[in-house]
Design a binder for this molecule. Sequence first.
Ligand code: SF4
Length: 698
Amino acid sequence: MSTTIVRATCPHDCPDTCALLVTVKDGVATEVKGDPEHPTTAGVLCTKVSRYTERTYHQDRLLYPMKRIGKKGEGKFARISWDEAIDTVVTRLKTIAAHDPQAILPYSYAGTMGLVQGESMAARFLHKLGASLLDRTICATAGGTGYTYTIGARIGTDVEQFQNAKLIIFWGGNPIASNLHLWTRAQEAKRRGATLIAIDPYRSLTAEKCHQHIAPLPGTDAALALAMMHVLIRDDLLDHDYINQYTLGFEQLRERVQEWTPERAAEVCGIEVEQIEQLARLYGETALRGEGVAIRANYGMQRVRGGGMAIRNICCLPALVGAWRNAAGGIQLSSGDSFPRDVDKLRRPDLLPSKHTRTINMSTIGDDLLRDASPEFGPRIDALIVYNSNPVAVAPESAKVAQGFAREDLFTVVLEHFQTDTADYADILLPATTQLEHTDIHSTYGHLYMMANNPAITPLGESKPNTEIFRLLAARMGFDDPCFKDSDDDIAAIAFKRDDVRAIHFDWDSLKRKGWQKLNVPDAPFAQGGFPTPSGKCEFYCERMMVDGLDPLPTYIPPYESVRSSPELAQKYPLAMISPPARNFLNSTFVNVQSLRNTEGAPHLDIHPDDAASRGIVAGDVVRIFNDRGSFEAKARVTDKARAGLVVGLSIWWKKLAGDGKNANEVTSQRLTDMGRGPTFYDLLVQVEKLTDSVRSA
Ligand code: SF4
């Protein structure tokens, strides 16, 4: 029996990007473990990926190309050859492209975070074809934009410094479920005497384990940050030297935040005045003692109308108190821009036949699939190529998305591991390899290591890497640019810019052997300013925001839907709703892994005892959650983890694996954030009712 250990990387949409060691016995992957030597993974994986072999060898893996033989959405397919599959796809795409290639739309996101199996050969093919461009906004663009306006790039506190902090604020996230290795560092900080504070409308697992939990209403974090700045300035808890040297617009900021008294913010946020006063004082005083104050900002808070502004406001806090001087201080939203990725070489936008190719926002796919051709919109969408994504489950206002996918005149190709909700609508369904079966290279958004993924096993059945599928399509289309012949190793080798000092020793062959390599970046990125903004400073006042039609100073933008901002709507739908990630799922990935689904049980709705009592709901009742956009069912959990006025549906369930064939996105909207054109998944009002038999059959 031959046993080998293969170095790999977790491909999932998670900031931790763990280093994996895969045990392979006689060609079969038998175990996936965390690399004990990788500094952030430290030998530990989350429950989901510890069971990666269960997912890889799952009995439902797609192993052969298939064509649809039932109605759209019915999920009935028949096996075909690769030859027939490629031929069918190319014939249809050629016909559509002959009229207008922009009628073809890719739909992809972070099903893999790999730079090779993500947007490399796929992007090259779609660019050459002249397909519409996709604005990939569904997760992080609002926060990323707010962060970038203020700090210049998504660069922040190194996760490896968090254990040295004296105060850690988890703002808008639940790291126990979605950033496990940062949580481990925070636990170490706690053992060394640090205070941990969670800011989250929901008492998540993380919030339960912090010293303090502050629960603002969804969409009000910007107001909380404004009031914190008010207190810091009012009480002179400021690092004047840092402000003078490394920030822009302090006087305008001082004037702006005067109106944001803790009393005003407390009313907007639905929290106590004293919570704001205490938080601001603790933050300022700890930083001014020279101790590390770190904010782990996450994407929860930016999924509302003013989400970009919320992140922007929070980004101003570290500069006010000079927190960046300490390597264990500052803020981390994402480390993504620390990596010198060579996006142009990977994706080859120069292959686009026109500079005026239209862009479609993935967050409004529901509306856009139902749109007719028009001078403003351009051609109707006639073909969709879906890879690394499951839009029928994850895109907002799901009923419209499903209606669009059900169009008989829409030609849909789906590359997948499993027959997801989206795959059910495919005309041609193509089996893709998992991370254990292909080559890849990764940057991350949570730590600072370049990561290699070596294939551990041969592809199962007839599955193929995404790159190989797009290579075949390119060849059959007759695309003869040399880049379509690049192997996966060729692509990985050009993923990072070698002339950039951050990747100075990058060499693909040695990275493959070692598995990972840290970027050459400083421990405290902004200890002496050097912000990558146009001014080189942290911009409290941001000229670019004014040019982009935004308020150049921190402000508060109320939610589209809330009891305060839309009182009439709140008469009908009085409860705010959020749908953060369930611990055992990762977006919609892993929902079909039985052992993980067993742990999650069924779709639940957490509802406060007061809100439950007034509706006659008791724990275990099946309830219907609804608004004008749609409805879905869940089992009620009556708990004060959800503050009064808020319900929480942990997500994202595959619709077909939920009892009623629906999920939380039935009630979310397609309205967009203030910046970054992102979705507003946590900006909605609903009503909840106990589902009696008579309502169920109505
Ligand atoms: S999902 Fe996150 S925590 Fe889990 S193995 Fe992957 S990178 Fe690590």
